[in-house]
Design a binder for this molecule. Sequence first.
Ligand code: APR
Length: 317
Amino acid sequence: CEARKVALLGAAGGIGQPLALLLKMNKFATELALYDIANVVGVAADLSHCNTPVEVTAYTGPEELGACLKGADLVVIPAGVPRKPGMTRDDLFNTNAGIVQALIQAVGKHCPQAVIEIITNPVNSTVPIAAETLKSMGVYDPKKLIGVTSLDIVRANTFVSKEKGLDMKDTDVPVIGGHAGATILPLLSQTTPPTSFTDAEKKAMTEKIQNAGTVVVEAKAGKGSATLSMAYAAARMAESTLLGLNGEPNIYECAFVQSDVVAEVPFFASKVLLGPHGVAKVMGLGELDAFEQAALASMLPQLKAEIQKGLDFVKNP
Ligand code: APR
């Protein structure tokens, strides 16, 4: 197993702290570089006392960002502001777009070879911002830029296994599209193990998965959005990515990546094969049933617009 440095940007936040803990417990990272504009020195001091081999270091303020990123194999980005009740993920755009652009410029400069995983919402727009930013620097590699949608899969697996009485650890529901509202499309017809849903169940389950983030935002009543489940899902994605980087074959995850799977949109979440250089292969969608085909067709205008908004932010500021 090669040395694997993971940089976590936004490490002192609601997602960042539990994600840092999960990465500290990871078997595949050797170094965990934590960066934030506030409070990160304390988080790192605290975390460094856990007796796992991962070496924890703290970096704070833009002048230390380069040192944090230098030599990183994987950069995970949850930096930004979270949603409040009444906001959509798209409402976060104005603040988070600039944060992601600035962080990605530093990634492009200090560790252009790293795999980048973006958690900062709206993911449908922040991933295109990152792509366009890296492209403008001449260092864009589509295989190494990933929008993290794993929480949608984690939620789908949890909800479906509970409703259908399946073993949670063996339940797998692919989720495609994007990472906001109606752009989130669970492929219930492709559930493992094979499971049947009535039309009414399919509609209700799809809406429950699409709405799950908003349920958390409302339950937290102004204190933020999903953090623990998001960290759990992002840790799973990071671990799979590190396994792929280490040459482990047959590691699949659903993720939002540059894709020609759906002709109308340049970025799309679907199952991908992870390998030694990031995304080794973007898989097709498999066979969609009539409900899924209709849902896919109706989400495309929203997804397309949110992607375009990200591209325009960099191209025509
Ligand atoms: N550079 C580094 N860190 C930053 C920057 C920046 N420019 N701007 C903000 N941060 C840090 C904050 O200091 C904070 O520690 O990002 C962290 C964000 O934490 P929270 O406010 O608790 O937000 P969180 O719930 O973690 O969500 C962050 O992830 O899922 C998305 O929608 C969510 O976009 C939001 C992001």
